[in-house]
Design a protein around this ligand. Structure first.
Ligand SMILES: Nc1ncnc2c1ncn2[C@@H]1O[C@H](COP(=O)(O)OP(=O)(O)OP(=O)(O)O)[C@@H](O)[C@H]1O
Ligand SMILES: [Mg+2]
Ligand SMILES: [Zn+2]
Length: 414
């Protein structure tokens, strides 16, 4: 590394191939989900070396003081050749060219309020219990002045807010987020026999989480056996001529998505899954009708609550297709969801292997209401359930057809 007239050398690890992918990524917000010992922590300085040398203020956030200390020790020695000032008390290093790196422990997130950074790295983000608040109220605002970048580096810990951030990186709606997921074995400097030994010793779920970097579902998970029910094989309306197709529709409000799932009853597979938001209602209805016409859908079940009802009326006026409403209530929702869960258990229908829809299924949970003692089904806070509901309604359409033999006649319901 050159600075001023003389040459100063600092020693950074050459990235291994998986690290190089993350190094190269230019998205403003990055979520790196990696197994233990992947080389997360040692990637941070390498990823930020340019802004640090370019005079920018950067910040590192650790879940606790002990991890901060460890990073402080490592980083101080690696960057010593370019360091001009060391503040042990503030855990702050200043560099040639005016850049700085300040380290914070999120034991007390509020202490970082009021700072300005060009880059923020959150190490072991999944371990931070109040990650959502720390990000929204503290870390995110520190990036405003510089329109700064952030990266979250962590091994997963169940389906918590880190998982929500990971989903963002997979979602085309969040254009400036990118997500990566790598197992421990992606680090060639870790002996594979060590990983084998861990596999033999650890409970399976723990191994999958810690070494394979998988998001493991909690106790209350509703949908099991998800992978076995997914299909990648693309299909077109031509493949389903003369087949019976049904659809489920969940309308989205301002912050939600509208989701449409079309299932071929004859083939027992989902053929079309669409998810979109923030679009005018007439546009949404047109998009739905388009899909129903393209796939020649026999029966559609659409959510009827609040915004659903006027949409349904408008649809029934403009289309001759059978479209019926479903009123979601505390009584009607459990059997709707249980029926879809059963379909997954029994591997009845193949569903499109869409990353976001898969996350929604994995996260969907059953909780027991303490007052009524009833089981309630919902997405955990921070999660959407649009595709889950659309699929449950498509499945309901299949059952409705069985009940009423819709095959006989095409009737129009008003
Ligand atoms: N590019 C690299 N070149 C050489 N060694 C590396 C590289 N990346 C990581 N390592 C080594 O792999 C080990 C794990 O690295 P690091 O501590 O950065 O991983 P981590 O994912 O943060 O681990 P932990 O899960 O324990 O926090 C260390 O011994 C580190 O020196
Ligand atoms: Mg680490
Ligand atoms: Zn078919």
């Amino acid at each position: 590394m050159t600075a001023a007239a003389s040459t100063i050398r600092i020693q950074l690890n050459k990235p291994h191939p998986a690290q190089a992918e993350i190094d190269k990524c230019e998205s403003r917000f990055i979520v790196a989900v990696c197994g233990r010992r992947f080389g997360k922590t040692s990637s941070i300085v390498r990823k930020r070396i340019r802004p640090l040398l370019g005079g920018m203020p950067c910040a590192y956030f650790a879940p606790n003081y002990k991890m901060l200390q460890e990073f402080w020790r490592q980083t101080k020695s690696i960057l010593a050749p370019i360091t001009t000032h060391v503040s042990k008390q503030e855990h702050r290093l200043e560099f040639l060219g005016g850049g700085s790196l300040t380290m914070w422990s999120l034991d007390n997130p509020d202490s970082a309020r009021g700072q300005k950074y060009a880059c923020a790295d959150v190490d072991e983000a999944a371990m931070i219990s109040e990650l959502e608040e720390a990000w929204n109220a503290v870390i995110r605002p520190t990036l405003t002045d510089y329109e700064g970048a952030a990266a979250f580096w962590s091994t997963p810990k169940g389906l918590n807010y880190f998982h929500t951030l990971y989903s963002r990186g997979l979602d085309a709606q969040f254009a400036n987020w990118a997500s990566f997921r790598f197992p421990t074995s992606a680090n060639p400097f870790i002996n594979p026999s060590e990983i084998e030994a861990a596999k033999a010793e650890l409970p399976e779920d723990v191994f999958r989480q810690e070494y394979l970097a998988e998001f493991i579902q909690g106790e209350g998970a509703v949908f099991r056996n998800i992978t076995a029910n997914l299909t990648d094989a693309p299909t077109t309306p031509k493949d389903h001529q003369k087949h019976v197709l049904v659809a489920g529709v969940d309308w989205g409000a301002v912050n939600d998505f509208t989701a449409i799932s079309i299932v071929c009853e004859t083939c027992q597979r989902e053929v079309h899954l669409d998810r979109f938001n923030k679009i005018e209602w007439d546009f949404q209805r047109a998009r739905l009708l388009n899909a129903l016409n393209e796939w020649d859908v026999r029966l559609t079940v659409a959510e009827e609550n609040s915004i659903g009802s006027p949409n349904l009326e408008a649809l029934q006026k403009t289309s001759t297709r059978s479209i019926i409403g479903f009123q979601t209530t505390a009584q009607s929702k459990p059997p709707l969801i249980q029926s879809l869960a059963l379909a997954f258990e029994q591997n009845e229908v193949k569903w499109i292997a869409d990353a976001i829809a898969r996350r929604e299924l994995e996260a969907y949970e059953a909780t027991r209401n303490a007052t009524t003692n009833r089981i309630q089904y919902s997405a955990p806070s921070g999660f959407h359930d649009d595709t889950v509901i659309a699929r449950a309604l498509a499945r309901h359409a299949m059952e409705e057809r069985k009940r009423h033999s819709w095959t006989q006649t095409r009737i129009r319901i008003r």
